[in-house]
Design a protein around this ligand. Structure first.
Ligand SMILES: *Cc1c(COP(=O)(O)O)cnc(C)c1O
Length: 322
């Protein structure tokens, strides 16, 4: 197994240029004063389709040869990866099939169809989505793009941290939201190349600390689907590629509670006027907790805000504390 490298991130950056947004790096004097550090927020909530996942999907689909383009891309996801593959396929003029559970939120089904993908529904309780997707892929000759464990997806996700570090110069710490590890491993490739002394931290929900267990035990730990509001990080295990990079390059993995995520969302809304989804608050919540414990005081801290896709009624409920 050949792990992707920073050269692959550089190549991905060239492929997505002009197609993905170069998202802003924001600062907050309030955050700096309250926690006693200098924060740099890479705002992927402002990325196309509302999350960094566009970077990896567009990079992967851009590399298809003529036959692959003709048949198109297939993915299984009910979250941001579905919309990322659907939008990338439309922009590149190829068909896309997204396999989603029958009971996925109507807004997500509509958004995925809105980007022009064909949605194939399955029953979560009686059907095996992986087998279904692989069957469809074989039948139609489509290329399956997984949400994180793929070298081209990882390289694409790494472009966010590349842009961040090129803009800020070296940072002391970089906090990254962690699910299956595509964003964390890609970011680690960029950070190791551009800021060798920067500490790299993945952050997952307290209810699902499989990544932390994996890093500490040295092999991929599988868990049951965790119960958390961070729906973008409800993964059951890291991937082979993502774990290979994480175990080599990531300094540690932290966890935060759902209550800490709501506090992070509230800070982004009140102070920075940003809508951030629960999963998008993981990195900031962990950075704040570390500072409250005295770690990172006075340092330059990068925070990847990974996405902003949250149902507005749900968002209001969370901020209202219900
Ligand atoms: C997918 C996702 C994550 C987790 O990314 P991985 O590459 O699976 O670790 C974090 N935040 C948001 C908003 C996501 O959509």
């Amino acid at each position: 197994m050949q792990l992707p490298t920073y050269d692959d991130v550089i190549a991905a950056a060239a492929r997505i240029k002009g197609h993905a947004h170069h998202t802003p790096v924001l600062q907050s004097a309030t955050a700096d004063a309250r926690w006693g550090a200098k924060f740099f927020f890479k705002c992927e909530n402002f990325q196309r389709m509302g999350a960094f996942k566009f970077r990896g999907a567009f990079n992967a689909l851009s590399k298809f040869d003529a036959a692959q383009r003709k048949a198109g891309a297939i993915a299984f996801s009910s979250g941001n990866h579905a919309q990322a593959v659907a939008l990338s396929a439309r922009m590149l003029g190829m068909p896309a099939v997204i396999v989603m559970p029958q009971d996925a939120p109507a807004a997500k089904l509509a958004a995925t169809r809105g980007y022009g993908a064909e949605v194939v529904l399955y029953d979560r309780f009686t059907e095996d989505r992986e087998a279904l997707t692989k069957g469809l892929a074989a039948e139609r000759g489509m290329t399956l793009i997984p949400p994180y464990d793929h070298p081209d997806v990882i390289a694409g996700q790494g472009t966010a941290a590349k842009e961040l570090l090129e803009e800020t110069g070296p940072l002391d710490r970089l906090y990254i939201c962690l699910g299956g590890g595509g964003l964390t491993s890609g970011s680690a490739l960029s950070a190791r190349a551009l800021a060798p002394k920067c500490k790299i931290y993945g952050v997952e929900p307290e209810a699902g600390n499989d990544g932390q267990q994996s890093l500490r035990t040295g092999s991929i730990v599988h868990i049951a689907t965790p119960k958390t509001i961070a729906d973008g990080a409800q993964t059951q295990h890291l991937g082979e590629y993502t774990f290979g990079i994480i175990r080599r390059d990531v300094d540690d993995i932290f966890t935060v509670s759902d209550a800490q995520l709501v506090e992070a969302m509230r800070f982004f809304a009140e102070r920075m006027k940003m809508v951030v989804e629960p999963t998008g608050g993981l990195a900031f919540a962990a950075a704040c907790a570390a500072l409250e414990g005295g770690a990172g005081k006075g340092e330059r801290i990068g925070v990847i805000v990974s996405g902003g896709n949250v149902d507005m009624a749900r968002y209001a409920e969370l901020l209202a504390g219900r």
